[in-house]
Structure formats: C-alpha cells, structure tokens
Design a protein around this ligand. Structure first.
Ligand code: APR
Ligand code: PHB
Length: 390
C-alpha cells in the first residue's frame, strides 16, 4: 500500500493530524494497534485550551464539543481552608478553556474520518519504520495476522510514550530529559453532579486533590497518592473521606455518588529532541510527557498536530519545506513552556513526602501571591488557556 503521509497512532495527535491533512486534500493512513472500542473508551484528560478549541472548530470537528462541552472562565485554587478564583478572560484578552473529555474528541475525530472516507486501520501494529533518511520512508506493520508495508512520503509517529517512533530515530541524534515525581494520582469518575461550577485545585496537608467534571451529571476527581499505590487499598468510602478532608472549606461540601471508574495516573515529565529525523517526525506523547496538573498533555498533542499539518500542507502544495524544517524547533519551544508550567503547577500544589516544612511555606506564599497579584494571576491564566501555537 502507498500513501502520502503514514501516521502511527490513533490518539488525539494522530487523529487530528489525519483530519487536518484530509481537509487539505492530502492522502493519509492511520495505523492503530488497539481496537476502535479501546481507543474510544480509555479515560484521559478533560480540558481543551483555547487553541485546541479553535482548531477543532475551524476544521469542522467542533460541532459536538460546542454542544456538550462546558466553557470555563476560571479555576479555584484552594489552600489554607480558603478558596481563590483565578479568572481567565480578564487576564488573557477574552480567552478561556473548554471542559470536554479527550475520549470524546477521539470519538468525534474517528466519526468524521469515517464519514469522509478516511483510512484508520485498527488492530494494525507498526513493527518498524525504515528508510526514514530517504525520500521514500516506509512502515512495516502487522494486520490480521499478516505483515504489510505502507510506503509514504512522510511518516509521523504519534504512537505515544511507548511507541516505536522515538526508538526508530538514531540514538546518537536523540537527547532526552526526564523528571520523576514522588507521587501519582488516583482518579475516579462518579455519577454525581459536580459540587462546583469550575475546577478546584487543592493544596492540603494530606496531599493534593482536584475536582473536575465530565458533564453536569458526572464528576471527575483526583487524589495525590504514592507512586506505587495499590488501588485495592482504596474502597469507595475511603476515597470520599479523603476527598472531603482535602477539599475542606467552611460552608462548602462535596456531593458523593456511585463511583463508576477508578485508576492510577503516573506522573512524569519527559522531552525528546529533535522531533525529526529525515522524513520521520514525532508528535504528542511520542516526544514529550507532562504531569497532568497543568492539563497540557492533550493540548500539546493537538498543537504538534496543528503545526505539523500546516508544514506538510505547505510542502505538499507549494514545494516549500521551510515550515517542515522549522517544526522541531517551533514545537519544542512551546513544549518546554508547557513542561515548565506543568512542573510549576505540580510542585506548587502537591505535598512532596521528602520536602521540609520550609518548602511547604514557599508553596503557600506562591499560592497567596497568585491569589493577590494581578500579574501573578495573569501569568497562570495565560499559560492555562494556552499560549499561541506558532
Ligand atoms: N502501532 C500502532 N499504534 C501504536 C503503536 C504501534 N506500534 N504504538 C502505540 N500505538 C498507539 C496507541 O495504541 C495509542 O492509541 O498510538 C496511540 C498513541 O495515542 P496517545 O497515547 O493518546 O498519544 P497522543 O495522541 O500523543 O496524545 C497525547 O494522550 O496520554 C495522553 O495525557 C496524554 O492527553 C495526552 C494525549
Ligand atoms: C480532568 O478533568 O481529567 C483534568 C482536569 C484538569 C487537569 C487534569 C485533568 O489539570
């Protein structure tokens, strides 16, 4: 089989890239080793920054998001038993975020691909990327028990942190940076209306907690736990009691309801450079991971896909490869900003079990600064809603 752009991975990065290329009339094939049902149902993040909302809308993939998504104009920082709201539009020239689950974005992009005759091959495992340093790279993959070859002009690895894309780059070319955190998140979905209108990020002596949501009927909540935490040690009653304690605020209470899903999310920061070798490009989690506290993972994946689509379209339509040549550097500038913001949010809000009380006082001082200074609030707001993609 032959196509113009071979894409590995049907997560948000691969699906959005395929969609944007299809809108521009550029043929592409997505190879995904999981089933459609699996990728449509795995629980991931839920906040779309303004750029992500804009690109989904302008490319015709935002109809369901605009119907079901919840526009949020701020967040609450809760600490020392007080709540402080950070407003977004007033600090960012009117920008905001949309609470809409990543899994819904994935469903929407798969549905559009189906309607428009796009090619997503599920249960197709990419085995190797070959000839990346020539003008005709190829992907070897396995589908329905047989091995196949997909010949392309360009290969884009959107295959997540454990994919083969990054490993297919010459290891002498690749530089990586990583940071581990001494905690993880225990996340739940519960059939109960959210107890707040906007997300609450809580710094508490017992550890971090986050109140998010999926719809007016479904709450999404997280607790900081140990990195090797055993989910079995957390019956529903213990989860609610811990959430009650960490969100404690006079005059406020957390609604409880049936828990429909539980899971542990690891926390890691990781960046690989460069994002290109010859005709092979990396996008999304294949190249970088952020801890979820800044809600940036999905948005970085979408930004990479947006930049790369524009670059491929310019090369395809005009024979001008300047944007392709600039992709790695342009994307990485944004990636490092998001890495810093995610690290900043994570370290400001979590209890590091190895840190001293001095570090805790610094956290509280920084939280108070954001709560009381327009400049500090504006900095958090502009990073949270997302800086310009280009
Ligand atoms: N062949 C085919 N598909 C593969 C292969 C392979 N060898 N290896 C991995 N994949 C698929 C995975 O099954 C997965 O569906 O690549 C996809 C990668 O998707 P994501 O992990 O969702 O990564 P990305 O699109 O970059 O989106 C990043 O997802 O992990 C979250 O928080 C993160 O929100 C961020 C977003
Ligand atoms: C979520 O709703 O899953 C979510 C929201 C905000 C975050 C992380 C996750 O920072």
């Amino acid at each position: 089989m032959r196509t113009s752009v071979g894409i590995i991975g049907a997560g948000p990065a691969g699906l959005l890239l395929a969609h944007l290329l299809r809108q521009a009339g550029i043929e592409n094939v997505v190879l995904e080793n999981r089933t459609r049902d699996y990728v449509e149902h795995r629980q991931r993040a839920g906040v779309l920054e303004q750029n992500t909302v804009d690109v989904l809308r302008s490319s015709g993939a935002g109809e369901r998001m605009d119907r079901l998504g919840l526009r949020h104009d701020g967040i609450e920082l809760r600490f020392a038993r007080e709540g402080h709201r950070v407003d977004f539009p007033s600090h960012t020239g009117g920008r905001s975020v949309m609470v809409y689950a990543q899994t819904e974005v994935v469903k929407d992009l798969i549905a559009i691909s189906e309607q428009q005759g796009g090619t997503i091959r599920f249960e197709a495992e990419a085995l190797a990327i070959e000839k990346a340093d020539t003008g005709s790279p190829l992907i070897r993959y396995r589908h329905e028990g047989a091995e196949h070859t997909l010949e392309c002009d360009i290969v884009v690895a959107c295959d997540g942190f454990h994919g083969i894309g990054r490993q297919s780059m010459p290891q002498s070319l690749l530089r990586t940076w990583s940071h581990e955190y001494p905690f993880a998140w225990l996340g739940i979905l519960a059939d109960v209306p959210p107890s707040c209108d906007e997300l609450i990020y809580a710094n508490h002596e017992r550890g971090f907690a986050l109140h998010s949501m999926r719809s007016p009927q479904v709450s999404r909540l997280y607790l900081q736990v140990a990195p090797d935490e055993d989910l079995n040690a957390w019956p529903d009653d213990r989860i609610w009691a811990e959430l009650d304690a960490r969100f404690e605020l006079p005059g406020w209470s957390l609604e409880h309801g049936p828990i429909t899903e539980k899971g542990i999310t690891p926390m890691r920061s990781f960046v690989a450079e460069p994002l290109r070798y010859g005709r092979l490009f990396l996008a999304g989690d294949a190249a970088h991971i952020v801890p979820p506290t800044g809600a940036k993972g999905l948005n970085l994946a979408a930004a990479d896909a947006t930049l790369l689509a524009a670059a491929i379209i310019q090369a395809h339509d005009k024979g001008d490869e300047s944007l392709l040549d600039a992709y790695s550097e342009t994307a990485l500038r944004r990636v490092w900003r998001a890495e810093h913001f995610s690290y900043f949010m994570t370290t400001m809000l979590h209890r590091d079990p190895h840190a001293d009380d001095f570090a805790h006082r610094l956290q509280l001082s920084n939280l108070r600064y954001i709560a009381s200074s327009e400049a500090a609030a504006a900095s958090l707001a502009e990073n949270y809603v997302g800086l310009p993609v280009g």
